[in-house]
Ligand binder design. Structure first.
Ligand code: DQA
Length: 140
């Protein structure tokens, strides 16, 4: 089982950015947590973070035939990117969406998620645990 974990813009700033919303743990803490869970559960993971929409689209395209599942937190692109939605549809890989914060309890513009039109399941407002729950869901 090979899972690609994609994090969108500003998630590399975890620990620094708005800690009251996203917590004090860093992006490295997130990567370490995902990698150790994957190791213990016999899942192969690749972690990818980018601030660029087009690079995320390319990464999804390259996942075609190389990954069994995608866990994606598109961050701000969640609410704007038809291109990321179309890339996911193009490759047809099973996908879960993750948001650290509860986007439905925040500003109205965060309530719309383009990716959710394709994602099998969304894990919202569970903090870092959302990534683990998404991996478990895809791996079961
Ligand atoms: C986020 C929520 C988005 O609205 C925001 O733009 C992010 C992070 C989350 O994980 O809660 O960058 O996807």
């Amino acid at each position: 089982m090979r899972i690609l974990v994609i994090n969108g813009p500003n998630l590399n700033m975890l620990g620094i950015r708005e800690p009251d919303i996203y917590g004090k743990k860093t992006y490295k803490d997130l990567c370490d947590m995902i990698e150790s869970f994957a190791k213990e559960n016999d899942v192969e993971v690749e972690l990818y973070q980018s601030n660029y929409e087009g690079d995320i689209v390319t990464k999804i395209q390259e996942a075609y035939r190389n990954f069994d599942g995608i866990v994606i937190n598109p961050a701000a692109y969640t609410h704007t990117s038809v291109a990321i939605l179309d890339a996911l549809k193009a490759v047809g890989i099973r996908t879960c969406e993750v948001h650290i914060s509860d986007v439905n309890e925040r500003e109205m513009f965060r309530h719309l998620s383009y990716v959710s039109y394709y994602a099998e399941k969304s894990f919202i407002g569970l903090g870092f645990d959302g990534y683990i729950e998404a991996i478990k869901y895809l791996a079961k």
